[in-house]
Design a binder for this molecule. Structure first.
Ligand SMILES: [Zn+2]
Length: 120
């Protein structure tokens, strides 16, 4: 059975810590994780960790380690599907960009006076 090497587990803990979104958390005691499963994989704290960002970084880490890639192959299969979807969205980029660029929303800001600056 697959069990994650301790050195990779340590890395996963660092990733969890990095992506915590709250200062104090009673669920994980500010560690960002609540335990490990029977594969020695980190169980992230769902209360305070940005799970999407953590998984993205974990994926990038796995990609650098051949021995992990095999076990986490399904992570990369999903990624490939997402990419092909995005490519179909980009078929007509010109039609999308032009109307947005012609709307100068931030050009005029009413009520902003600079009189205070002159006293300096
Ligand atoms: Zn937490």
């Amino acid at each position: 059975m697959f069990t994650l090497d301790e050195k990779h587990l340590d890395e996963a803990k660092q990733i969890a810590l990095k992506h915590r979104t709250k200062k104090s958390c009673g669920t994980c005691y500010d560690r960002g994780w609540v335990g490990v499963n029977d594969e020695n994989l980190l169980i992230l704290c769902t209360k305070c960790v940005d799970l999407e960002a953590s998984m993205a970084e974990w994926k990038a880490y796995v990609a650098q380690h051949e021995e992990l890639k095999e076990h986490f192959a399904e992570l990369f299969e999903e990624q490939e599907e997402e990419q092909s979807e995005k490519e179909t969205d980009k078929v007509m980029p010109h039609d999308v960009k032009n109307p947005v660029a012609k709307t100068p929303k931030n050009y005029f800001i009413p009520g902003q006076k600079r009189t205070g600056l002159k006293k300096v």
